[in-house]
Ligand binder design. Structure first.
Ligand code: PLP
Length: 377
């Protein structure tokens, strides 16, 4: 038996997506920069995928740059803005960002940036006024994620972007939307943000493909150079099968968003309903968190032991971000939310996708209950 409840780390790829990718691995393997027929076929596929992703996030296709990951997109956004605006050296972000943002900020600190880290309130949600209070005359950029990858807490990005621009229209805004796509419809056109980062493998697409939304190109410099690809915004031969897979996954999500959302909500609620009956169970995700992520703990049950037992029972879950798994570091997200010390040792993240069934979460909850009882002796 295998029950996969670690979809925030990555989602299983849809078979339809694999089928589309196969064509560009086997038959149509041309380089999109080549001018012969094989190259033109690959170029058509890349541009058609760009249109599919643009439709999902509601922007002009030319505003999207394909990258190798969400992490790479974030690097392009933050570094590109930093390089292009030497008169502004201050960046505001939050203490609960993914390490892709936090460690890019560390890199920028080495290059002379000053970073302010806004802490969330106890519900793991950052308040707009706390971000606005950090703005200074030399603030270059504000970077706040859409959905937190450890707790599923939804951050007020729409409101925040508008209020940042109202206070100082020259402050650039970036959002890490890597976990946001299955959670809320992203309408970039209606958002006052300059940059946004996306990743294919969180929406049943392939790993190693991302997209950067680049609305403000005037105040941005390309970081990865060496070719004219992506309109000189990101050098390097495009990952055509990966990009095609991203496009296919985007189209499937767009067509099925409402049904998938309702399914996720149903599955997440059914799971918590069962877990909450286990004595000493508590949730670290706010009640209005994304239905993709449920962070919980069981009083007196260490998360490393629980995860090991779950793995033996065929259930995949995690203690937090996949990038820090195995590091034995307490979650920086939960620390920033000021949780009690015991929570840091007990927190377990379960995460769902449209492929997670109700039967699976019911079975998983029964197994978790049995393991928790047996660990407590
Ligand atoms: N941002 C968030 C919120 C994430 O959850 C992740 C991946 O887990 C990333 C960024 C990095 O994306 P990628 O794995 O495509 O580099």
């Amino acid at each position: 038996m295998n029950i996969y409840l670690d979809n925030a780390a990555t989602t299983p790829i849809f078979p339809e997506v694999v089928a589309k990718m196969n064509q560009f691995l086997h038959q149509d393997y041309g380089n999109p920069s080549s001018i012969h027929g094989a190259g033109r076929e690959a170029r058509r596929a890349v541009e058609s995928a760009r249109e599919q992703v643009a439709r999902l996030v509601d922007c002009h296709p030319a505003q999207l740059v394909f990258t190798s990951s969400g992490t790479e997109s974030i690097h392009h956004a933050l570094l590109g803005a930093f390089l292009a605006n030497p008169e502004r050296r201050h960046i505001v972000t939050t203490a609960i960002e993914h390490h892709a943002v936090l460690q890019t900020c560390e890199l920028l600190e080495h290059l002379g940036a000053e970073i302010s880290y806004v802490r969330p309130r106890a519900d793991c949600i950052v308040r707009c006024e706390d971000v606005l209070a950090e703005l200074r005359p030399d603030t270059l950029l504000v970077s706040v994620m859409g959905v937190n990858n450890e707790t599923g807490s939804i951050q007020p990005v729409v409101d925040l972007a508008a209020r940042v621009k109202a206070q100082d229209s020259d402050v650039l805004v970036h959002s890490d939307f890597v976990q946001a796509l299955p959670v809320f419809p992203v309408h970039l056109r209606a958002l006052q943000i300059d940059y946004a980062s996306f990743s294919a493998h969180k929406i049943h697409g392939p790993k190693g493909v991302g997209a950067l939304y680049l609305a403000n190109q005037k105040r941005w410099l390309p970081v990865l150079r060496g070719g004219n690809q992506e309109r000189q915004r990101r050098g390097g031969t495009e990952n055509v099968p990966g990009i095609v897979g991203f496009g296919a996954a985007a189209e499937l999500l767009m067509d099925g968003f409402q049904n998938q959302y309702e399914h996720l909500r149903h599955v997440a609620d059914a799971f918590w309903d069962m877990l909450s009956k286990i004595p000493g169970a508590y949730r670290n995700s706010p009640l209005d968190a994304a239905p993709t992520i449920l962070n919980v703990g069981f009083r007196g049950v260490a998360n490393d032991v629980l995860l090991m037992r779950l793995d033996l029972a065929g259930i995949s879950a995690s203690a937090g971000s996949a990038c820090t798994a195995g590091s034995l570091q307490p979650s920086h997200v939960l620390e920033a939310c000021d949780v009690d010390r015991h929570v840091l040792k007990e927190a377990v993240r379960f995460s769902f996708s449209s492929m997670t069934s109700e039967d699976e979460v019911v079975k998983a909850a029964e197994i978790i209950r049995d393991i928790v009882f047996s660990l407590r002796g």
